[in-house]
Design a protein around this ligand. Structure first.
Ligand SMILES: *[C@@H]1O[C@H](CO)[C@@H](O)[C@H](O)[C@H]1NC(C)=O
Ligand SMILES: *[C@@H]1O[C@H](CO)[C@@H](O)[C@H](O)[C@H]1NC(C)=O
Ligand SMILES: *[C@@H]1O[C@H](CO)[C@@H](O)[C@H](O)[C@H]1NC(C)=O
Length: 370
């Protein structure tokens, strides 16, 4: 009994020794691996793909180059392992190649259709214009794997602006802007009689005076003068040049930043409600006529308490504008691992011109103002 017992103990002990040695070895190897990678890799160990992602920008949008020196995505946006490059010779090793639509449309740039596309490489179509200004896209059937646009149903959504929650305990700025001298302002450079916004402006101006700035009336504003000018107005006409799904440009965010209440003309109210707080803007479609809208603005400016309520969102939110192309490109890396394995836009024209409203995630709870 005891002899058998001793033999068993011996066997068990040897087994334990071997097991310990094995574990020690694994631990050592693991430690070696861990010491060669950055802390971020450990935090993001759930993402199986820990290599660099290379984003090749084939040409700079609007011919305005920016620096790609250093680790731009990490230095500016704390996005790790994301390499932005623009040298064409890096094409064979690029994971994503990005083409901005305007230059293709104008013919100043071409797609490198003659180059053999490496397996797994994705081509991205990038555009921030509404479908009315993107040109004919039939020629781009079966070429692109992803879209980068302001649209929320694009593969990479880069809105013109967005609201971020304010940090608790942050400094409390003046919620309600003072010093208003003008009832309604509009800034317009691209004035056309066929625009819906032109008709609305003319009708509104017949009811209440609208002060117009910009290239069109010959009083162009510098970038520096824009926000201070808008801030003197109770209301700012954030009228889009065309009406399209999700097409809400910097005009809305400029109004928010300057402290004027935006009067919006663009996609349906529901699109605005998804990205902007309730009771922070006035939508032209809310009114039976432009005349009724004009009367409403006049009365609201005189009712300080109700007017000030349009700024209560400022207690919780701050405006973030999209102003650097590099940010949108770095954003590709954040989503890279969750992009579909295989995707081709077989009919880019149909995707782009699709103006039907699709169900979307509601960002702000409906508090029933409208
Ligand atoms: C209010 O506006 C006037 C004239 O536009 C300006 O001189 C003054 O500094 C402004 N005051 C504040 C508090 O912004
Ligand atoms: C990696 O993890 C950090 C912290 O958890 C996070 O802030 C960052 O967005 C992650 N990056 C990626 C590319 O997932
Ligand atoms: C990208 O599109 C091309 C052209 O249609 C296709 O051959 C390729 O498989 C696609 N790649 C991915 C990763 O979806």
């Amino acid at each position: 009994m005891t002899v058998l017992g001793t033999k068993k103990t011996c066997l068990l002990l040897s087994f334990l020794c071997v097991l310990l040695l094995c574990l020690f070895n694994i631990w050592l190897r693991g430690f070696q691996v861990l010491t060669t990678i950055k802390p971020f890799d450990i935090l993001n160990s759930s993402s199986s793909n820990n290599r660099n992602v290379t984003i090749l920008l084939w040409y700079w949008p609007n011919n305005k180059p920016m620096s790609l020196e250093g680790d731009v995505c990490w230095d500016l946006y704390r996005i790790p392992r994301c390499k932005l490059v623009n040298q064409h010779f890096l094409f064979p090793s690029a994971d994503v190649v990005v083409f901005h639509n305007r230059e293709l449309m104008e013919g100043s740039q071409k797609l490198p259709l003659d180059l053999p596309r490496p397996q797994g490489q994705r081509w991205a179509w990038m555009s921030f214009e509404s479908p009315a200004h993107t040109g004919h896209l039939q020629q781009y059937a079966n070429i692109f794997n992803m879209t980068i646009s302001y649209r929320r149903d694009a593969d990479i959504t880069v809105p013109y602006g967005e609201l971020l929650p304010k940090e608790a305990g942050g400094h409390l700025e003046e919620d309600v802007p003072l010093n208003k001298s003008t009832l309604v302002c509009w800034v317009v450079s691209n004035f056309h009689n066929y625009h819906k916004r032109t008709a609305v402006y003319k009708e509104l101006n017949a009811v209440v005076p609208v002060k117009v700035y910009g290239k069109w009336p010959g009083s162009a504003l510098s970038n520096e003068a824009l926000l201070p000018t808008i801030s003197q107005c109770y209301f700012y006409l954030a009228f889009e040049n065309s009406i399209a799904k999700d097409y809400i440009t910097e005009k809305l965010w400029n109004a928010y930043q300057s402290g004027a209440v935006p009067v919006v003309l663009g996609p349906p109210i529901s699109d605005y409600k998804d990205v902007a707080p309730p009771n922070s803007f006035i939508h032209v479609d809310q009114f039976a006529s432009v005349r009724v809208l004009g009367k409403f603005l006049q009365e609201l400016a005189e009712d300080k308490k109700t007017y000030n309520e349009y700024f209560s969102w400022k207690q919780q939110w701050k405006v973030k504008m999209f102003s650097d192309w590099r940010e949108g490109l770095c954003k590709i890396c954040v989503q890279y691992n969750s992009l579909p394995q295989h995707k081709v836009y077989s009919d880019l024209q149909a995707w782009d011109k699709d103006n039907t409203y699709k169900a979307s995630i509601v960002f702000f709870p409906n508090t029933g103002f409208f």
